[in-house]
Design a binder for this molecule. Structure first.
Ligand SMILES: *Cc1c(COP(=O)(O)O)cnc(C)c1O
Length: 410
């Protein structure tokens, strides 16, 4: 595929006869089995391995939660129910998916701004922990609890007074729609104590997609300090301390994987003091893309090969409408190529650059811009790696009315 015959990025999947193999099946056969392209395929073995790696690198009493919004496919969530310690949901739809698993309700938490009264009622009835993000939610929860004859489990999502440095997506610090500003939390904690609510603890999430160990280490330290300050005003012992997550995965050329072992080592050094200050607390880290992102691929087929004034275009049956993030339109400032390869001709013969575009009538519909894919022919399978998170459900699949992709777990 390039001058040295080497593939330019690390492949999480084996290659046999120049074909990508997933779940023991060559990608072309997998496409036959699915019965169509495009499709998403997620590899259960890679998910298991990733969870095992997290368990080995992080302190034993850090519990792992899966952030369902990163990949809410029911089969993936069922698979994870036996691997992680809890689920974090962000809607009643996700709540339904996790309640269909065997996960205990007190291991499920619900975060997100703008929870409706109906969603809060469902959460209270299910007995899950609600991460309250406003005074309105706190008052509503108490009212709902009184009506149903329960004491709703509530944790306070704190909008920290610090920011996660070098984060791909900042979700805390400064003015944010998420959580309750740290400076007004003490007064609200007093209210919680007066209401019919079962106070659980704190949820402090500062950002996503961070590849720098030092930034995550610093954020974790500041998170513990913030929790200590807030706990002084709490109406009861802290039983749940959700430290957020933010562990990133490499998507683009030159990005290095997060040094998880360093993050884990540093967290271990913080734990003795944390255990002393929060003797009743369960410590949680919530991760989405780090658990599933690298375990998934998006597969589409080349249906036309065109040359426009010297540039090769591989026109595929999938694109932006199925995989918004790979097209560069999901929060990226500058469009960069995801790792993309020809799944049934991984190395191939060196044939220069080509761009993979989709069938949509918009110039935004690009899956690969001038990558080393010139050897692809009509009928070949284009595989986008790093697609296990924020793919299928994070894409405008109705845009232009093309057929929907299928999702499988192998
Ligand atoms: C989206 C989200 C996550 C997951 O983020 P990843 O980058 O996928 O790990 C975790 N916690 C909260 C509160 C979120 O909103």
């Amino acid at each position: 595929m390039n001058a040295t015959g080497q593939h330019p990025f690390a492949l999480p999947f084996p290659i046999a006869d120049d074909s990508l193999v997933m779940g023991g099946v060559p990608i072309s056969l997998l496409a036959e089995r699915v019965g169509q392209t495009p499709f998403y395929a997620y590899d259960r073995r890679l998910v298991c391995e990733r969870v095992a790696f997290l368990r080995s690198a992080l302190p034993a009493d850090i519990h792992l939660h899966f952030a369902v919004k990163s990949n809410p496919m029911p089969a993936v969530v069922q698979h994870l129910a036996g691997l992680v310690d809890g689920f974090d949901v962000a809607s009643a739809g996700e709540l339904k998916t996790v309640l269909d698993t065997a996960m205990a309700s007190e291991k499920i938490s619900f975060a997100g701004p703008g929870k409706t009264e109906r969603e809060l009622r469902q959460a209270v009835a299910a007995g899950i922990v609600v991460n309250a993000e406003s005074e309105r939610e706190i008052l509503l929860l108490a009212e709902i609890g009184t009506g149903m004859g329960f004491r709703p489990k509530v944790a306070v999502r704190v909008n920290p007074d610090f920011e996660l440095k070098s984060s791909g997506m900042k979700m805390g610090g400064g003015s944010k729609q998420f959580g309750i500003d740290a400076e007004v939390v003490p007064a609200l904690l007093a209210r919680i104590g007066d209401l019919n609510l079962d106070f659980y603890g704190f949820h402090i999430f500062s950002g996503s997609q961070n590849l720098r160990a030092e930034s995550i280490m610093e954020a974790q330290e500041k998170t513990f300090d913030l929790a200590r300050r807030m706990a002084a005003f709490a109406p009861g012992p802290v039983r749940l301390l959700n430290l957020g997550g933010g562990f990133g995965i490499p998507y683009f050329p030159g990005e290095q994987p997060l040094d998880l072992v360093r993050v884990g080592g540093h967290l271990s050094s913080l734990m003795p003091a944390a255990r002393g200050d929060f003797p009743e607390a369960e410590f949680v880290i919530e991760l989405g893309r780090y658990i599933v992102g690298e375990a998934g691929v998006y597969v589409c087929r080349v249906i036309d090969r065109k040359i426009s004034r010297g540039q090769v275009f591989l026109v595929a049956d999938g694109g932006l409408h199925h995989h918004l993030a790979a097209s560069g339109n999901f929060g990226q400032v500058i469009r960069k190529n995801y790792p993309v390869l020809v799944g049934n001709r991984v190395i191939g013969e060196a044939a220069g650059a080509a761009s993979v575009v989709g069938p949509l009538c918009t110039p935004l519909d690009i899956l690969a811009d001038k990558m080393d894919l010139g050897h692809a022919r009509v009928g070949d399978l284009i595989v986008v790696l790093q697609s296990g998170a924020y793919g299928f459900t994070a894409s405008p699949r109705d845009f232009l009315g093309h057929p929907q992709p299928v999702e499988i777990l192998v």
